[in-house]
Design a binder for this molecule. Structure first.
Ligand code: ACO
Length: 437
């Protein structure tokens, strides 16, 4: 497991003037040169708190897992460029890198893959868990509930060994849980994992095989799934990862923390956007393919539609994952011999938006979700499973961030302050004297 991030060099300080007093707060600088003001002593020294809804300006931790430079469109896991990892690594190699901080040797990777492969089965009584849920349930809450339920099967107290086992189980069982949530929704029997298959191929087998006939995994599909998982594997302190860290900061166990992260990911402004993108493209297609009309609606402040798959809190440039996916999307569709009207609409939409003054001014570019849904659809993944695919990919990142948080001596229970704007103290009104409205 990677070690706790080391303290960055400290710099002279930033001075804050308030009510005639001046306070100098220390500055911290990270290994990539970004600088933060350390406000840990702010309230004690001044009585002030900061106000930063959405945490757009607040660093919540020191982390050595992932680096993003949103202005320059850079994403690196443990120092390695996403473009290089996408081209040269497998998902399990990337998962090891995120967890351990270094790329694995061949022996380490083989051992890791074997261990993961041998933990993909779910406890037999877990099958009844799925049966208790409605058939039309969205697979995301099913996955969140199932991952939380893993804590009921594995209730060991936290030691290095039990944490290791929990990590392996989560990585191994998430694809099984994901595929079972789908099988349950379409009324097909659950398949047992096939230990001869690699991670991505086994997932496709669990999703699409039936006991009635032989199913051969198409290597083009398996490669595309593996790439998508790599691109989703971590993204520093985003909404779901911060949720995982926040829940874990109360010393909740790994399964409970990750389950909360899955729920956070489901939202349409976060991982749920990939489903929204395809639904948006389908609406444009059904509406006659008038892309300009949709772009105009997305700019109109009176209309609450947004261009889904566009914009990002951190990237103010092209999301490097979207660039990789755009290329891969065309390649995969070509290899599969599929012509996609949705891809044509997406490319047209991107072209129009990138030339549009509103999108230029607001620095809105395609994000990872813009092209991923089109590939998922070409692979035969149902639309409501798109965010579940994201969940499988993000698992190693969530785990690496959770472990880093738990090992960091600076971690305290996450507990933000607020600026209270409700009523000040007032006299209690007896019920008989209360008036409605
Ligand atoms: N379409 C049209 N306008 C947009 C879009 C969009 N997709 N995204 C942002 N804007 C506009 C906002 O209306 C706002 O305009 P204003 O300043 O004139 O009022 C401005 O750009 C800033 O937008 P915010 O919502 O304040 O930016 P924030 O950083 O809070 O939100 C977010 C980022 C949620 C990703 C946003 O861009 C969005 O809703 N995008 C669409 C959903 C999406 O694709 N989400 C996936 C993100 S990637 C991921 O989580 C995996």
């Amino acid at each position: 497991m990677a070690t706790t991030p080391s303290a960055p060099a400290s710099m002279p300080g930033a001075t804050l003037e308030h009510e005639g007093k001046s306070v100098t707060l220390p500055l911290l600088t990270g290994t990539e040169g970004e600088t933060g003001i350390d406000i840990q002593a702010l309230r004690a020294r001044t009585g002030l708190v900061t106000f930063d809804p959405g945490y757009g300006n607040s660093g919540s931790c020191r982390s050595s897992v992932t680096f993003i430079d949103g202005e320059r469109g850079i994403l690196r896991y443990r120092g390695y460029q996403i473009e290089e990892l996408a081209e040269k690594s497998s998902f399990l190699e990337v998962a090891w890198l995120l967890l351990h901080g270094e790329l694995p040797t061949q022996a380490e990777l083989d051992g890791f893959a074997t261990e993961i492969t041998h933990h993909t089965l779910l406890h037999e009584s877990f099958r009844r868990f799925f049966e208790a849920l409605p058939k039309d349930a969205h697979p995301m809450p099913v996955c969140a509930a199932a991952v939380a339920a893993l804590a009921t099967f594995y209730q060991e107290s936290e030691t290095d060994r039990s944490l290791h086992d929990a990590i392996v189980r989560l990585l191994a069982k998430t694809p099984t849980i994901a595929a079972y949530s789908y099988k349950h929704s379409i009324g097909q029997p659950f398949m047992y994992p096939d230990n001869r298959l690699d991670y991505a191929s086994n997932f496709l087998y669990l999703m699409f095989a039936t006991p009635a006939e032989a199913y051969a995994v198409d290597p083009v599909l398996a490669k595309a799934v593996d790439l998508l998982l790599i691109l989703h594997a971590d993204h520093e302190q985003n909404c779901s990862t911060s949720t995982v860290r926040m829940v874990g900061s109360s010393r909740a166990n790994l399964f409970a923390s990750i389950s909360a992260g899955i729920s956070a990911l489901w939202g349409p402004l976060h991982g749920g956007a990939n489903q929204q993108v395809v639904e948006m493209l389908e609406r444009i297609e059904a509406d006659g393919g008038d892309v300009q009309k949709f772009v105009d609606r997305a700019k109109d402040k009176k209309d609450n539609s947004r261009l889904m798959g566009f914009g990002h809190r951190v990237y103010k440039n092209y999301d490097p994952r979207a660039a990789i996916l755009k290329k891969s999307c065309a390649q995969v569709l070509n290899q599969l011999g599929v012509r996609s009207r949705l891809l044509e609409i997406a490319m047209k939409l991107e072209e129009i938006a990138l030339r549009d003054e509103y999108f230029i001014q607001h620095k809105l570019y395609p994000n990872v979700d813009f092209y991923s849904g089109i590939i998922y659809r070409a692979l035969g993944i149902p639309v409501n499973m798109f965010t579940v695919m994201f969940t499988i990919g993000r698992m190693p990142g969530w785990i690496a961030q959770w472990v880093e948080m738990r090992r960091d001596p600076e971690t305290r229970i996450a507990r933000p302050r607020q600026i209270y704007v409700g009523p000040t103290q007032r006299a209690y009104v007896p019920i008989a004297a209360r008036r409605s409205g």
